[in-house]
Design a protein around this ligand. Structure first.
Ligand SMILES: C=CC1=C(C)c2cc3[nH]c(cc4nc(cc5[nH]c(cc1n2)c(C)c5CCC(=O)O)C(CCC(=O)O)=C4C)c(C)c3C=C
Ligand SMILES: [Fe+2]
Ligand SMILES: [Fe+2]
Length: 343
């Protein structure tokens, strides 16, 4: 599906039959849990200067000469341990879209098209926008499913959509739902899922919140992600009435050699075990859908780190995925963002 088709069709056939369409966006996954599938995905993802922000003439030889020769085999193996019919991230995003379709129809009293688009890989942002074009919407509300804003996630979605529409003679009217890291329904949905977990399994000795990391350099340059993660963590701890001894937060998934946001997850978990903590409940509030980074890195690998260091139970609390409260929160964000579009 070429960019040109998207551009010309969106330009000329924007007649409104629905008031607007919704594009749910997430990061994306490889098409297959194989070294070739992962190599293709990582080549696209890691060539994005919003993700790896060192000069291209330094980075591209490292990416093609080392990273894409060594990493795909190991990462394909990790994906294979969690793969379903497709990547969990894609499967869950489809489920979120299906439930959101029903929920917005109920909330707005009419059919509103909902499509998904992944920043890297498939189904692509182009495919999502094309599907909305077919539904003949001239207005699109984009919901990047990242609770905390980061240049390497939210901003690159905006970049890419701008790039796709650059040659449009009559671009659709676009709105972007802003980061919702402190939105009360988001915090309450997280708190509810924790309470449900406690009801079913009892309460662990320690409550840990793990967020995806970022180079510290990005934070120093002004990326608000770190501050927004801390705010989410504080609000969730407050909502759960935890004292400062009951909980902690850490950053996972460090990539490359430069300094990333701290505390790093693995040493943090070893320290907890060394202090005598035997049971931990862990949640990843920065992930709106379960994915490699939660199902494999947290629930499998970090759990092994904890038990190898003397801990007994490391219990992962699922992402909000297609939970009803999560979908209701999305409807509310969309209602706020599209207020002026509805008469
Ligand atoms: C939730 C927010 C995310 C931020 C912030 C983020 C920053 C970031 N990520 C990398 C490098 C990699 N991330 C990878 C996987 C991955 N990352 C996120 C989310 C954020 N990334 C998700 C949801 C996923 C999982 C995708 C899936 O298919 O399930 C990977 C790929 C896996 C691997 O090779 O380890 C890389 C690489 C950087 C460099 C970065 C900030 C600059
Ligand atoms: Fe990542
Ligand atoms: Fe990772």
């Amino acid at each position: 599906m070429s960019k040109e088709i998207l551009v010309s069709e969106l330009s000329t056939k924007g007649a409104d039959s629905a008031p607007f369409g919704i594009l749910l966006v997430n990061l994306g996954s490889p098409d297959a849990p194989t070294p070739a599938g992962v190599r293709k995905y990582l080549a696209e993802f890691l060539s994005d200067p919003r993700v790896v922000s060192i000069p291209k003439w330094i980075w591209l030889p490292i990416l093609h000469g080392i990273v894409l020769r060594t990493r795909p085999k190991r990462v394909a193996h990790a994906y294979a341990t969690i793969w379903r019919n497709e990547s969990p991230l894609i499967e869950i995003t489809r489920a979120q879209a299906a439930k959101l379709r029903a929920a917005v129809q109920e909330a707005f009293g009419e059919y509103i098209p909902v499509e998904i688009g992944m920043r890297y890989g498939n189904p692509s942002l182009t495919a999502g926008l094309m599907a909305l074009r077919k539904a003949k919407v001239g207005r699109v509300v984009v919901l990047p499913l990242y609770p905390q804003y980061s240049v390497s996630t939210t901003a690159t979605v905006i970049d890419r959509i701008g790039e796709l529409l650059r040659q449009c003679w009559h671009a659709p009217n676009l709105r972007y739902v802003p980061a919702y890291y402190q939105h009360p329904p988001y915090i309450q949905a997280l708190a509810d899922s924790v309470r449900k977990h406690w009801q079913q399994k009892g309460r662990a000795e320690h409550f840990l919140m793990s967020f995806h990391g970022l180079p510290k350099r990005h934070s120093r340059r002004g990326d608000p992600y770190e501050a927004q993660c801390f705010r989410t963590a504080e609000l969730l701890a407050k909502e759960l009435a935890l004292t400062s001894d009951d909980w902690s937060m850490a950053f996972q998934s460090r990539f490359g050699r430069e300094e990333w946001l701290q505390p790093y997850l693995e040493p943090h978990v070893r320290q907890l075990a060394a202090k005598g903590v035997k049971t931990v409940d862990v949640i990843c509030p920065g992930f709106s859908a379960d994915c490699l980074e939660t199902l494999e890195e947290i629930a499998i690998r970090t759990a092994e780190v904890f038990t190898a260091a003397g801990g007994q139970e490391f219990r992962y609390i699922s992402a909000l995925n297609d939970d009803d409260r999560h979908i209701a929160m999305m409807v509310q964000l969309i209602q706020t963002e599209t207020a002026g579009w509805r008469s």
